[in-house]
Write a protein that binds this ligand. Structure first.
Ligand SMILES: [Zn+2]
Length: 340
């Protein structure tokens, strides 16, 4: 199984983060491990929205992962745990290096190299194919995002080793609530960034249509301006109507864009009411010949793993579960950025 949408900030066990925190002598409000673990467990009845989810948990995990040694251990443990829990055979791990520099104390190069080395060790030890997707941030300045693009291009040249592919792609992440995808100046600058990355051999994925803040309109703008290889979530397609839906379906199919679905996190952040709604969406995508794959997003914050995500949707799909889940695995293999 392949996990193509998994964030470093939400995929590391709380025990590992606690040990890093203690070893680095970081002063925090957490008095013991139990308090810390509890604070890093996202419960649907406590999370108000996608913005709330991102703000509440990621600031803490990103701060703890903000050193080369912490970033390296974290990346290693993501792969080790995913393999042991769900027999995941390929992982494309995404993270924002700019948010792990501890306000300029560390360089972006040192953080990227550390994650790369953590993944090289994990690929060697567990036989899992790995790759890095560097996430840009909607909540960062354009200048900071350009720095991430330039770093990705620089590190892209580092060759593959024992299943570790190094930097393979670029992502856009962060709060959707500012609806930046609907802003022309923002999109035109970001499309130049993405084009430069693509010309250097990097693939593109983009978080959009995860909530109604960007919605079907945001998906249309992103596809028309950037032509991503994959889209993070895109479940807002289910709310598109009439000509807008027709246009989106045609673009997704014709441009062979794969939607990265992450069921449990959508429920936790309240962008979907229940799992049957995702199962209906999966069937709709298959009926319309649109590629999709199932992923975890933030397995440790939401206490899931890839096997469980497949089971959740399989249980809702009923008779044709096997063929629709097999299709997800097939699409993941076809649309992965890494080579195995
Ligand atoms: Zn995500």
């Amino acid at each position: 199984m392949h996990d193509l949408h998994i964030h470093l900030g939400g995929a590391v066990p709380s025990s590992v983060l606690w040990e890093i925190l203690c070893d680095n002598g970081l002063r925090t409000e957490y008095v013991d491990f139990t308090t810390f673990h509890d604070s890093l467990t996202a419960r649907p009845n406590e999370v108000k929205s996608l913005d709330d989810f991102l703000g509440r948990y990621f600031q803490v995990t990103e701060e703890i992962q903000s050193s080369p040694s912490a970033a390296s251990v974290s990346a290693y443990q993501v792969v080790a745990k995913a393999y042991r829990r769900a027999e995941v055979s390929a992982i494309e791990l995404r993270f924002n290096p700019h948010k792990r520099m501890r306000h300029g104390l560390h360089t972006m190069d040192a953080i990227i190299l550390a994650v790369m080395q953590g993944l090289e060790r994990a690929s060697l030890h567990y036989g899992v194919a790995t790759g890095i997707i560097l996430s840009l941030g909607r909540d960062l300045s354009l200048e900071a995002n350009w720095q991430i693009i330039d770093a990705a291009i620089k590190w892209r040249s580092r060759g593959s080793l024992n299943g570790a592919n190094g930097v393979v792609g670029i992502d856009m992440a962060g709060p959707e609530s500012r609806s930046l995808e609907l802003s022309k100046p923002w999109m035109s600058e970001v499309s130049v960034m993405m084009e430069k990355a693509r010309a250097a051999g990097l693939k593109i994925t983009y978080h959009v249509g995860e909530s109604e803040a960007t919605g079907p309109d945001g998906m249309l703008r992103v596809i028309e301006a950037i032509h991503p290889d994959r889209i993070g979530h895109g479940i807002e397609l289910r709310n598109a109507k009439g000509k807008k839906r027709d246009a989106l379906v045609t673009l997704l199919r014709d441009e062979k864009i794969c939607l990265e679905l992450c069921p449990t996190v959508n429920l936790v952040t309240r962008v979907i009411p229940d799992f049957p709604c995702i199962a209906r969406f999966v069937r709709d995508l298959a009926d319309n010949d649109i590629a999709y794959c199932i992923n975890t997003d933030n397995p440790y914050l939401i206490h899931t793993n890839l096997k469980q995500e497949y089971e959740i949707i399989g249980d809702e799909l009923g008779d044709d579960a096997k063929s629709l889940l097999d299709l997800s695995m097939l699409h993941a293999a076809d649309h992965q950025f890494i080579s195995e």
